[in-house]
Design a protein around this ligand. Sequence first.
Ligand SMILES: NC(=O)c1ccc[n+]([C@@H]2O[C@H](COP(=O)([O-])OP(=O)(O)OC[C@H]3O[C@@H](n4cnc5c(N)ncnc54)[C@H](OP(=O)(O)O)[C@@H]3O)[C@@H](O)[C@H]2O)c1
Length: 283
Amino acid sequence: MHSVTMNDGNKIPQLGYGVFQMTSDEVRACLPRAIEAGYRHIDTANMYLNERAVGEVIAACGVPREELFVTTKFFPQSYPYEKCAEAIDKTLARLGLDYIDLLLFHQPYGEYVDGWRAMEEAVRAGKVHSIGLSNFSAEKVQEVLDVATIKPAVLQVEINPYWNQHELKAELAEHGITFEGWYPLGHGDAGLLNAPVFTELAARYGKTPAQVIMRWHIQEGNVVFPKTLSPAHMDDNLDIFDFELTEDEMARINALPQKAYYHVADEAPEWAMAEVDVDAAQQ
Ligand SMILES: NC(=O)c1ccc[n+]([C@@H]2O[C@H](COP(=O)([O-])OP(=O)(O)OC[C@H]3O[C@@H](n4cnc5c(N)ncnc54)[C@H](OP(=O)(O)O)[C@@H]3O)[C@@H](O)[C@H]2O)c1
């Protein structure tokens, strides 16, 4: 598996398996097959309400812990400095792990500046190896950088050919932050998957349009973890290392009109600030 070295020196597999909107039963059914197929990087979150099932699969899968890379994410309820440490311990307990490879602040609201200190302490305590942010604008990343003694290693944002984030990447380039892309396949949007440039390139390389998009991500340097319940798609999404898009082909894809699927609001929406008992709410 190709991996990327982050600005803290730790390595992250460039391809992973995301479990957003998967029930615990779906995780128990699909994640073992994904690990068997070769995935070693799992992307979950407190608010996916499936961390306990992810932990059960990890415990049973037979792959040594150090060969797996596990990302999870906090919601704003866990950012306040005095709450963060307990939230990390509860997250570790749900996952059945003694360290988290990458822990992100999931949403750009609440006490993320103050809480960053607790994230850094968790790194020093060995409970978390790398820390990062998700859905933060360049301005909000800068607020964290202003207080950080450990820079965010990762920024996880929407990235796909319709929202390539070249601007945000350029704005933050000097910090060496690794970009992770959610909605890598446009959340399964048929309009993206059937766009003429992808069907044409798929026919040229004997691949599917989704594989062409996955290949574009790899060549863009994005870390991605498409979600799929389908064993065939799990295999397809990994089978992208035997062809390469040319510079012209990359430029054609990068010339597609840009529009995000999802708008991240500046002000905190009510759902982002909700207090949820994550242990009790596992689905
Ligand atoms: N930080 C954040 O705020 C945030 C937000 C959203 C997502 N995420 C993360 O990003 C991950 C991926 O995002 P996502 O699940 O929303 O969207 P996605 O991975 O872009 O799309 C998933 C959809 O694509 C389909 N698909 C997957 N592989 C395919 C293939 N080879 N060919 C055709 N269709 C394919 C899947 O259907 P089938 O099941 O039929 O294959 C599913 O409907 C999440 O699981 C989560 O870990 C993070």
